[in-house]
Design a binder for this molecule. Structure first.
Ligand code: BF8
Ligand code: SF4
Length: 630
């Protein structure tokens, strides 16, 4: 890594320098070796769907293959590839949701998994017409879980959670046949329709992708969020710290990384076990220091204030500190590179999910039936590894930032109530937020979400975009690795009000919130959907009429493609900082960045420069305000 212009995060730069000195490669080295990405792939023009190919076509070059061997045009190849990405993202989020529903289905009063938020469970039971009178809360939970599990494969009807969608939006989806059926069916339909010799109409393929994506945001992801809250508690604001400086030199450092809180919640309990704490002392450590990476970090920081070690691009760097006894992972966004890397240090790399075994890792299967015992066994492995730490190799950067996290929709409402309405009955609504938007004190709201991607400078897109937005009185809500970037950059501390415009700073002062609100993991973008839906209902307009925008400045995963698509299909304009692999088809680009608006009231914008993106987002917010007469 010669070029030092790859991150705005000082811990990242310091640890990459350490890696270089130790002859260790990171994602940035591999990115460099990769050189220029394959042009066909980057434009979406490579098809590997059947063995007559792979077909790589050059429709604009005027020479070479203009079509695939089956005759598929650029439009068809690009659209098929895009919607398969949506199916991949939808499958991943939804399978996470399904797993959590299974956990609720096995929850027991005397078991490891209990019900933490009865109110939320009862309200979901009511919504789904599950009887609650004179019933044991666990019987209700099991039936609610069963109803959710049926949402994945039911043969008829659309998803139950779509009932939460405001009427005007439902009408848009009805008129355009965009209401998804069972979650698994939507994935299967895409895989079927994109098989060789099936659907060959780009517009129809994109339509299928849009419909399927709604089964992610308003289906699998929302089930993931709701059921995690029921099992582990709905987040409330709490303090934490973020960045690799949270690692402790004299403690056993354990990092939980991945996505599903069923594992990490048990690790949170296990690290407090007196016997294990005693064992840590016996091996010469002062204690056990748990921190998180990626969305697992978001889950446990939102509910327990567990410290955030870093985001996606920093997972290798955590190991490179030489101070981590174990990285414990479950599913998604885990670099296979961690396996050879951890062998260069003393770190144990422990995989736990049958869905994500990684060669070279220590696999200790996490068995939900004996969850806490499994978690304790895993933590014990980490403690016993403390003695293998090589002090010569340890370097923990000092940098970390304080952050306030835990803004579920419920906690935003109670925060609004506490201040705006403290002397009368709590309203439990978003009315005060709607009021300040109407009054123009806040110009609007933006969801800034998503990953890190070495195609762009680490954290730069997230932070510059967020700063520009809050400076212009646009409140920012965030999830995923974008949220971690914000926490690390100090944008989630109360002091960050100094970066906000006058209106937003006043609101932050009054309501006692930072200008950038951590709303959770990527499945928790469903919280943002609910926030926007309720605001739309409050103002009695369609979701697309609101001065609300979305952005994914550094996205990289299929999950992000699915998210972007359901956000646009829900009526929210979305800015991407990295171009998706669709530029090989002018027709598909036109559908996504132009024609979508006539159908769903929103479209994609592609803008790598965060300042330009912010400008465009603010202009769009002002247009929406004007149209609403605000
Ligand atoms: O689901 S933001 S890098 S960690 S994909 Fe992955 Fe992207 Fe991070 Fe969470 Ni979301
Ligand atoms: Fe080529 Fe068509 Fe097969 Fe794709 S489906 S690899 S374009 S022949």
């Amino acid at each position: 890594m010669e070029e030092k212009n790859f991150s705005i995060d000082p811990t990242t730069e310091a640890l990459v320098i350490k890696a270089e000195k130790e002859g260790i490669e990171t994602l940035w080295d591999r990115k460099k070796i990769m050189k220029t990405p394959c042009g066909f792939g980057e434009e979406g023009l490579c098809c590997r769907i059947c063995a007559m190919g792979p077909c790589r076509i050059s429709p604009t070059a005027g020479k070479g293959a203009q079509k695939g061997i089956c005759g598929a045009t650029a439009d068809v190849i690009v659209a098929r590839n895009l919607v398969r990405m949506i199916a991949g993202g939808l499958a991943t989020h939804s399978d996470h949701g399904r797993d959590i529903a299974h956990v609720l289905h096995m929850a027991k009063r005397d078991g490891n998994y209990k019900i933490a938020d009865e109110k939320k469970l009862l309200s979901l039971a009511k919504e789904w017409e599950v009887a609650t009178e004179n019933r044991d809360i666990y019987d209700i939970a099991h039936e609610v879980a069963e109803v959710a599990l049926n949402e994945f494969g039911k043969p008829f009807g659309s998803l139950r959670l779509l009932e939460r969608v405001p009427e005007q939006r439902k009408q848009v989806w009805d008129e355009n046949k965009l209401k998804p059926g069972a979650i698994d069916k939507e994935i299967v339909t895409i895989m079927h329709s994109t098989h060789i010799g099936c659907c060959a109409d780009a517009k129809d393929l994109v339509h299928k992708g849009m419909r399927a994506s709604l089964a992610d945001g308003w289906g699998g992801s929302m089930i993931g969020t709701e059921f995690s809250d029921i099992l582990f508690g709905s987040p409330v604001p709490r303090e934490t710290e973020a960045n690799l400086g949270v690692l402790e030199e004299d403690q056993v450092n354990i990092i939980v990384h991945g996505h599903e809180p069923s594992l990490s919640e048990m690790i949170v309990l296990a690290v407090e076990d007196p016997e294990l704490l005693q064992l840590a002392k016996e091996v010469g450590a002062k204690g056990i220091n748990l921190s998180g990476m990626c969305c697992t970090a978001n889950e446990v920081t939102m509910r327990h204030g567990v410290k955030i070690a870093g985001n996606f691009a920093q997972q290798e760097l955590a190991v490179i500190t030489g101070a981590v006894e174990a990285v414990i992972v479950d599913v998604q966004c885990i670099f296979p590179a961690l396996s050879p890397l951890t062998k260069c240090y003393h770190t144990k790399f422990i995989t736990t999910s049958p869905k994500a075994k990684i060669s070279g890792a220590t696999h200790i299967e996490f068995e939900e039936e004996k969850a806490l015992a499994s978690a304790k066994q895993i933590v014990k492995e980490a403690i016993l590894n403390f003695k293998n730490r090589d002090k010569e190799k340890v370097f923990i950067p000092k940098t970390k930032s304080p952050a306030i996290v835990g803004y579920s929709v419920e906690s935003i409402k109670s925060q609004l109530d506490k201040v705006v309405n403290s002397h009368i009955d709590p309203m439990g609504t978003l009315k005060p937020l709607a009021d300040v938007i109407k009054a123009g004190v806040l110009r609007g709201a933006a969801g800034v979400v998503g990953c890190n991607n070495p195609k762009v400078k680490h954290d730069y897109g997230h932070i510059e975009l967020m700063k520009e937005l809050i400076k212009n009185d646009v409140i920012v809500v965030t999830t995923g690795c974008a949220a971690q970037a914000a926490a690390k950059a100090g944008l989630m501390s109360k002091e960050a009000r100094k970066f906000a415009g006058k209106g937003l700073a006043t609101v932050c002062e009054l309501v006692d919130i930072p200008p950038v609100l951590h709303m959770g993991s990527c499945v928790d973008i469903s919280r943002i959907l609910m926030l926007v839906a309720e605001l739309a209902e409050m103002l009695d307009v369609d979701m697309s009429a609101l001065p609300v925008v979305g952005a994914a400045p550094e996205w990289m995963s299929e999950k992000a493609v699915s998210i972007g698509t359901y956000v646009v299909t829900s009526g929210i304009d979305t800015w991407l900082g990295v171009a998706p692999p669709v530029t090989g088809s002018a027709a598909v680009v036109d559908l996504l960045t132009n024609k979508a608006e006539a159908v769903v009231g929103a479209r994609f914008y592609i803008e790598p420069d965060p300042y330009k993106a912010a400008q465009q987002m603010i202009e769009r917010i002002e247009e929406k305000r004007e149209a609403l007469g605000l």
